[in-house]
Design a protein around this ligand. Structure first.
Ligand SMILES: Nc1nc2c(ncn2[C@@H]2O[C@H](COP(=O)(O)OP(=O)(O)OP(=O)(O)O)[C@@H](O)[C@H]2O)c(=O)[nH]1
Length: 392
């Protein structure tokens, strides 16, 4: 996925959506004044739920953040902690969010909990030291300090650096969890810089809801996406079959002699080839929806399309894969990128793979399983016919 798309999807979209959400809730709170006290309890339930769910799915970072926010909310509702002032808490929170943004998800019930405790304590220590140092600087005649030292005396510098680090990391490692952590930073900034705009209870409830949604999406991907190729999985195909009408064409695609390919070049290269074929297949024209059926088999469903209409699209994709040269690196026999190929002087070995396709049409009352079986039979014929062809 290009960097721009990753930035839009994982960094800017969640923040813009949260901003729109905040603005809408602000409008609503004007008319719902009497309901506001009822929201005070909500972060306790939602953050606890997200902490427990995150524990269940080994999303350690979301779990820790939920617990820390829960503690912060509890303390801010009762007696604010006396040892730290607001600036120190704000800076410590920012550093903790940055710490979680750049660390990996580990099981919260492992030895890593000590690393996390150490990291969090260190963030508090840095915040404390920074503020103390900044106060020392401020005791000078601050107007005589160079502007960079003025920046240090305020919190803009560390907070700015943290925001940049979180943003880069979120775009670089574009995942739902990292996106949620970037959103945490946004909500944290909003809470401290605009404290009177929206109550902490509503902000934290929104954030906890975002955590829960991100976990829900991760679960959805787990159930309906194939991990290796990123295509929709066989389970997704079975679910789609329930909503298909009685008019569609279905193609079964199989890579030819894939066992031989695996045996010659290794399983890792085989995996790369599967990804490559999946990428090519997903560009099939005619509105075909591509699924990984299992192993080296794929399924393409063309809704409301006759078989005569889809045959040229399938033939086109077969030819594209047939004509595609896969370049292997000499050492390690790994696939190379285009730039690698251009910079390496020694010509790398090229290999070709081909696919066979069997296609069947559903037009009437026969079941999905029946159509799938007929497409499989057509595929069998394509294999017997010498492979690298489309058979209906
Ligand atoms: N690398 C890799 N190989 C896989 C994966 N899933 C299945 N395979 C391999 O795909 C091969 C399928 O081999 P076969 O079913 O015998 O078929 P084939 O060698 O493609 O021969 P034909 O289909 O008759 O052309 C096996 O060697 C499997 O190990 C996977 O996820 N990754």
């Amino acid at each position: 996925m290009p960097v721009l798309e990753r930035s839009l999807r994982y960094l800017f979209a969640p923040i813009v959506l949260a901003f729109i959400g905040i603005t809408m809730i602000q409008q609503l709170t004007v008319t719902w004044q009497e309901w506001l006290p009822k929201f005070d309890e909500l972060p306790y339930y939602l953050l606890t739920l997200s902490a427990v769910l995150a524990l269940q799915f080994n999303c350690g970072r979301i779990s820790y953040l939920s617990i820390l926010l829960l503690i912060y909310y509890y303390l801010s509702q009762s007696a604010p902690p006396a040892i730290f002032d607001q600036d120190q808490i704000f800076l410590a929170g920012t550093l903790i969010i940055t710490f979680f943004a750049v660390s990996k998800d580990r099981s919260p019930f492992s030895i890593h909990i000590f690393k996390v405790l150490l990291g969090v304590s260190l963030c508090f220590a840095i915040a404390f030291a920074w503020k103390t140092g900044a106060s020392g600087l401020a005791s000078f005649n601050i107007n005589q300090l160079p502007s960079t030292l003025n920046l240090i005396a305020s919190l803009y510098l560390p907070v700015g650096i943290s925001c940049i680090v979180i943003s880069i990391y979120t775009v670089w490692h574009a995942t739902g969890t990292n996106s949620s952590i970037a959103l945490t930073q946004f909500i944290w900034l909003f809470h401290f810089y605009l404290p009177n705009e929206l109550s902490l209870a509503i902000l934290l409830s929104m954030l906890a809801a975002a955590y829960l949604f991100s976990m829900l999406f991760a679960l959805y991907a787990l159930a309906y996406k194939d991990e290796l190729t990123g295509l929709a999985s066989r389970r997704a195909l079975n679910t789609m079959a329930l909503s298909l009408n009685n008019h569609y064409s279905l193609a079964m695609v199989d890579i030819d002699h894939f066992k031989r390919f695996n045996d010659t070049y290794g399983h890792d290269v085989g995996d790369q080839v599967l990804r490559l074929v999946a990428k090519k297949l997903s560009k099939v024209k005619g509105g075909g929806q591509v699924f990984r059926y299992g192993g080296e088999e794929f399924t393409i469903v063309f809704e409301n399309k006759d078989i005569e209409l889809v045959l040229p699209y399938l033939e086109e994709i077969r030819q594209k894969i047939d004509h595609y040269d896969i370049v292997l690196r000499n050492e390690g026999r790994k696939l190379t990128s285009k730039s690698d190929r251009e910079t390496t002087h020694k010509p790398n070995p090229k290999v070709n793979i081909t696919i066979s396709i069997g296609v069947a049409e559903q037009h009437g009352e026969t079941s999905f399983e029946n159509t799938l079986k007929r497409a499989d039979e057509a595929l069998y014929k394509a294999k017997n016919n010498g492979r690298n062809c489309v058979f209906a």
